[in-house]
Each structure stands twice: as structure tokens, then as C-alpha cells.
Design a protein around this ligand. Structure first.
Ligand SMILES: Nc1ncnc2c1ncn2[C@@H]1O[C@H](COP(=O)(O)OP(=O)(O)OP(=O)(O)O)[C@@H](O)[C@H]1O
Length: 247
């Protein structure tokens, strides 16, 4: 049985690498429009879970559905086209290009990279770029080379590039690692703004950031869901305390 009212339905999924069960009967359900924070100690299976959703890793058993479609037989580009965008931990912007050029390249649509750099943007493209610059608060940096920006600005640019693809669901891996406290809080604001129109799954260790998001938290441990609920509730759960402190 699957629930078609869910945006993302990961059910009883297991993955074994060389006899080691990295994901063990994991279930995760996301409603349309929801943002979820995923936390868990190193090796809990957070990255592997993202790999399963994006088609990079195939589950041995279980169900993975997005908008009612079975993802387990689709390849990564097809899953991306269905509306799942992923941001990896390290920023991978085009350092030699400007902020605007990076955003132009990211736009969902018909342009080839060559035409982006050679031709003038259309009115519609200019409108979309202006929206992304405003969203990421990079308006003042529009014509700067991406390589010269701070780590935090590069992360925001890449989140803007992800939004250029217009995904329904954004998967964001440890966005605030290496950021200052102010950048961390600005990133929480950015994701909350994005969540007004998109669903988001964000993996993050930084608890101040997770608190600022104010969303349901799923705690992973040894490839399974250990606890799920508001941050205050899960962080008071003795099993969660044991996992984080008892080693
Ligand atoms: N391709 C692979 N081959 C073998 N083992 C793997 C592979 N990928 C992940 N693992 C193992 O699976 C477990 C889960 O790893 P995963 O990277 O998903 O955890 P994580 O929660 O993302 O950890 P971290 O917070 O350190 O990024 C770990 O024990 C890891 O060593």
C-alpha cells in the first residue's frame, strides 16, 4: 500500500553494502509543502538515504515513491526531471563565472551553456534571475565572479541555482557547515522562504540551525528512524540522548 497524498514516501527501505546494513527498514513520509530536518550521528545513513531518493543508490528492498511514481527503477537524470533537486555539502559553483552567469546556467529550460554565455537573456529569463538574486540576497553581488565570494555566499548561490531548476523537492546536505553564526541564521531564513513554495529535506548537524527552521525533526541512527517530532521532544528522548552522548 502506498499513500498518494504524500509527496515523498520512503517505506521499509534497506540497503546493504558488502554485508553491512547501512539502511535498515527506513521509512520517511513527506507531505506536499513540508520541510523536514534530518539529524543523526556520523554513519547514521543520512547521505545514503539521500542517495536512495535521488537514484544514486538502489535499495535492496522497500518502496520509494515521489508524487506517486516509483523511483527505484529510474535513473538520476530522470528523477531530477521529475522535480527532485539536490545540493551536496560542498559548493560547486562555476568559479570563473559571475553570479548572474551561474544562475543563468541553472535555469530550467531550453538554453545550452554556449547560448547562455553568448546571447542576451530574454525578458522572462531576466525576471527569473532577478527573483533568484533577491531570494538569495545576492543582488549586490550579481556581477561578481563566484570564485571571489565567501563560502556562505557560494552556498546561497548554489541554493539559488538549485531553485533555478524549479524542483518540487529540494534535498540539502549540511548547508551551514563552515558558516558563521550570522550566515547560519540567514540560511535558515532562506530555506524557510524557499519552503513557502517548495518542499525541503535538509540534513544538518547544527542544532541552532535546526531550531531556527522550526520544523519536524527525524533522527536517524544505524540506518533507521530512531525518533521523529519537534526538536524539543526528540532532544529530550532518552534514546536520542544515548545515541548522541552515550559513546
Ligand atoms: N558505498 C558504500 N560502501 C560501503 N559502505 C558504505 C557506502 N556508503 C556508505 N557506507 C556506510 O554506510 C553507513 C552510512 O553512511 P552515510 O554516509 O549514509 O552516513 P551519514 O549519516 O551520512 O554520515 P555523516 O554524518 O558522517 O555524513 C556508514 O557506516 C558508511 O561507512
Amino acid at each position: 500500500m502506498t499513500d498518494d497524498s504524500l509527496l515523498l514516501d520512503v517505506r521499509d527501505v534497506s540497503v546493504t553494502f558488502d554485508g553491512f546494513r547501512a539502511i535498515n527498514n527506513l521509512s520517511l513520509a513527506l507531505k506536499p509543502g513540508e520541510m523536514r530536518a534530518i539529524v543523526g550521528p556520523n554513519g547514521a545513513g543520512k547521505t545514503t538515504m539521500m542517495d536512495i531518493i535521488t537514484g544514486k543508490t538502489r535499495p535492496d528492498t522497500g518502496i520509494v515513491r515521489f508524487k506517486g511514481r516509483d523511483l527505484t527503477k529510474l535513473d538520476e537524470p530522470t528523477i531530477a526531471r521529475l522535480g527532485i533537486g539536490r545540493k551536496f555539502q560542498k559548493p560547486t559553483v562555476f568559479e570563473a563565472l559571475t553570479v548572474v552567469e551561474n544562475l543563468m546556467l541553472s535555469l530550467k529550460g531550453i538554453r545550452s551553456p554556449f547560448s547562455v554565455l553568448m546571447a542576451r537573456p530574454t525578458a522572462r529569463e531576466r525576471e527569473r534571475i532577478a527573483h533568484l538574486l533577491k531570494l538569495t540576497r545576492l543582488e549586490k553581488h550579481a556581477d561578481r565572479q563566484a570564485g571571489g565570494m565567501s563560502h556562505g555566499q557560494k552556498q546561497w548561490l548554489e541554493i539559488g541555482m538549485l531553485m533555478g531548476q524549479e524542483p518540487d523537492l529540494l534535498l540539502v546536505d549540511e548547508p551551514v557547515a563552515g558558516m558563521t553564526d550570522a550566515e547560519t541564521m540567514a540560511t535558515a531564513d532562506l530555506l524557510r522562504e524557499i519552503n513557502r513554495t517548495r518542499s525541503v529535506v535538509v540534513v544538518e548537524h547544527d542544532m541552532d540551525f535546526v531550531r531556527a527552521l522550526g520544523v519536524t525533526v527525524t533522527v536517524l541512527h544505524e540506518g533507521s528512524v530512531l525518533a521523529e517530532g519537534p526538536l524539543d521532544e526528540v532532544s529530550a528522548d532518552p534514546r536520542v540522548i544515548e545515541v548522541y552522548l552515550g559513546r
